[in-house]
Design a protein around this ligand. Structure first.
Ligand code: FEO
Length: 394
């Protein structure tokens, strides 16, 4: 199939990866992903925006060949991560006149990672422009979306933003543009949680930096494009700036049923008190879904039995993950059961220093929960509900 045009002389030349199920050996991809690359033909120059993950470079080359592209003047590397820049050597070899255009911080990363010759680069500064003849590319430095070297490319005349990872989603689809807003919202939220949320404060600055630009299309390098850009911009502003909701997330693991019984009671009582609860059994949970749930949660309660004097490794993994992705939670607690002793609370609490939370007194019990333990869980639920109310969370 000949590559599709998103606007006159702007083509989608990237690859859809239907079968990939894991990213960075870490992030689940239940719906696959795509590595979007865009070709822009100006009256004088031709530019390629981002490349593709190296195993799919033949798809990119086949698309360019089908368009009859013999010469590319500029290959724009918005971001050095290999899913977008990993084909750099092959692309520059196929198009020997092309300059690799990137930010000042991106160039050394590309040289270190891909051993590209220094004279192939053209470094551009923040807000610098590059003419393609009748079209103008503007480069907007946007550090930490997703790495420190990242920039966005804005096609001024057409008002198309090429933001690489920003505003993306891991979805494999034949649709060029978002067609099912519900599906896209969930995928984009999960993607935000995994990729963007750790840099929320820097992303707030970058969202403010682009707030006066007009966009007809936002064309990210993962997932479908946005022809109604306000949808994804509003979602990002909400995730980046808004207060969390009246929501508790409970990642837990249970070995013999005691911790599970505690979770069940806590969920029942919180629900009765009008709090939304999302529980995840870590023995069989999609970590990406858990990350997505943390985006707008006000409280996280980790449930774990004591194993060999500390938390269950699955609970430790969840605590480590939550600490790394830095959700805007305000409160945290720990519940669980032990057989003869341990330091579970100290270990878990010590694993989440990035979360600027108030720790609500944990409920750690011996053996199976009894009446006094059930009461303690109800007190924990009442405390959480009261804290949410005091904080004005909705
Ligand atoms: Fe899609 Fe940060 O690379």
């Amino acid at each position: 199939m000949k590559p599709r045009e998103l606007k006159k002389d702007i083509y989608c030349v990237g690859a859809v990866d239907w079968d990939r199920r894991l990213f960075d050996s870490l992030i689940p991809l239940p719906d696959g992903t795509s590595y979007n690359s865009y070709l822009i033909k100006g009256t004088q120059k031709t530019a390629l925006i981002d490349t593709v993950n190296p195993p799919m470079k033949d798809v990119l080359f086949n698309n360019l060949d089908q368009l009859g592209i013999k010469k590319i003047d500029y290959v724009i590397f918005n971001h050095a991560e290999p899913d977008h820049s990993g084909s750099i050597r092959e692309v520059l070899a196929k198009y020997p006149e092309a300059k690799a255009v990137c930010s000042d911080k991106c160039k050394p990363i590309l040289i270190d990672r891909f051993m590209v010759a220094e004279d192939r680069f053209q470094v551009v500064g923040d807000k610098e422009t590059l003419s393609l003849g009748d079209r103008t590319l503007e480069f907007i430095y946007a550090p930490w979306v997703h790495w420190p070297e990242t920039m966005l490319t804005y096609l001024q005349e057409d008002k198309v933003l090429f933001p690489c990872d920003l505003f993306g989603s891991h979805i494999a689809t034949t649709d060029m543009f978002v067609r099912d807003a519900g599906v896209e919202y969930e995928a984009a939220k999960r993607y935000w949680a995994e990729i963007m949320m750790p840099f929320r404060l820097q992303i707030q600055k970058n969202l403010d930096k682009i707030k006066d630009y007009k966009f007809n299309i936002i064309a990210p390098s993962h997932g479908p494009m946005h022809d109604k850009p306000e949808f994804i911009i509003n979602a990002y502003r909400s995730w980046a700036f808004d207060e969390p909701g009246n929501i508790v997330v409970i990642p837990y693991v249970s070995m013999h049923g005691s911790t599970r019984r505690m979770v069940t009671r806590l969920v029942e009582t919180l629900t009765r008190l009008g709090v939304t609860v999302k529980q995840f059994d870590l023995a069989d949970s999609d970590i990406g879904k858990l990350a997505g749930a943390l985006v707008d949660a006000a409280t996280v309660v980790i449930g774990t039995p004591t194993v060999l004097t500390g938390p269950h490794p699955a609970a430790a993994y969840a605590a480590f993950l939550a600490n790394a992705i830095k959700p805007k939670v305000k409160f945290a607690s720990i519940i669980g059961s032990y057989g003869w002793g341990g330091r579970t609370v100290e270990v878990v609490a010590g694993m989440i220093p990035n979360l600027k939370v108030e720790i609500i007194p944990p409920v750690i019990i011996k053996g199976y929960p009894k009446e006094a333990d059930i009461q303690a869980l109800d007190t924990l639920a009442e405390t959480i509900a009261a804290k949410h109310k005091q904080a004005g969370l909705k």
